[in-house]
Design a binder for this molecule. Structure first.
Ligand code: 6PG
Length: 239
């Protein structure tokens, strides 16, 4: 899958993509193959994150000829509490990079209800629409070790809800996010991280010095990580 060998993480695995020019295509090929295998037998459900890393991956995924988007439900791992057409909106990112380029029924697209007046009630309603177990959740890694919009020391890390409204320490501050129970139930977690700016967070995530409170991405150590070589190169302890 990549020009580097696959290695194992505790319970998961990771692929190092040596050439940044093929990171998006490599990640999209991996995710696309997982989805294609699922939809051979049944409909699939995926939840997508925002940020800068996944956009090119979603664009490459949109070009995957093996994916029948009539059989795929697209949910969101988190969302900023901004209008859907706001440049900071994850929905807008996914719409522009993926949804507008594939034939997907509108009923298969499930944006988080961030334009609702009662956000807490809307979050609970969204949680009801989520499958008990999502097939694939695509997550990123923040430089502070957050993933989705689960930030260090956030009360959402202990939430009984499956979807929470949170206050992030970075702009946009108000967000809606899936919580650890949704992540734990997923069949497959794919974490995308590239760039040297993520090395420290990855180090924290891999070491046993810090817990989930300090580094929420430790929740997904058991996932499949697709890492840029520049993220891994500076690691004190290579995975
Ligand atoms: C968001 C994302 C967030 C993201 C990380 C990494 O809404 O911002 O869901 O969790 O995955 O912040 O973002 P980058 O890919 O931009 O580094």
């Amino acid at each position: 899958m990549t020009n580097n060998s696959e290695r194992r993480l505790p319970g998961g695995g990771y692929h190092i993509v040596a050439d940044p020019a093929v990171f998006a295509a490599t990640a999209a090929a991996f995710i696309g193959r997982k989805i294609a295998t699922l939809i051979e037998h049944r409909d699939a459900s995926i939840a997508l994150s925002g940020g800068t890393t996944p956009g090119p991956v979603y664009a490459a995924l949109a070009a995957d000829p093996d994916l029948d988007w009539n059989k795929i439900d697209v949910y969101f791992a988190d969302e900023r509490i901004v209008p859907y057409d706001d440049p900071a909106s994850n929905y807008r990112l996914v719409r522009e990079t993926l949804l507008d380029s594939v034939q997907i029924p509108e009923g298969r697209v499930h944006p988080m209800p961030v334009e609702a007046l009662e956000l807490e009630t809307a979050a609970e309603a969204y949680a009801e629409t989520l499958p008990d177990r999502l097939d694939i959740i695509v997550l990123g890694l923040g430089t502070d070790g957050h993933t989705a919009s689960l930030f260090p020391h956030s009360s959402a890390l202990k939430s009984e809800q499956r979807v929470a409204v949170v206050e992030a320490p970075i702009e946009p501050r108000r967000r809606m996010t899936i919580t650890p129970s949704v992540i734990a139930a997923a069949h497959l977690i794919v974490v995308l991280a590239q760039g040297a700016s993520k090395t420290a967070a990855l180090e924290q995530c891999l070491s046993d010095v810090r817990g989930v409170e300090d580094c929420p991405a430790r929740l997904v150590r058991g996932g499949i990580w697709i890492l840029g070589r520049d993220t891994v190169e500076g690691l004190a302890v290579r995975p």
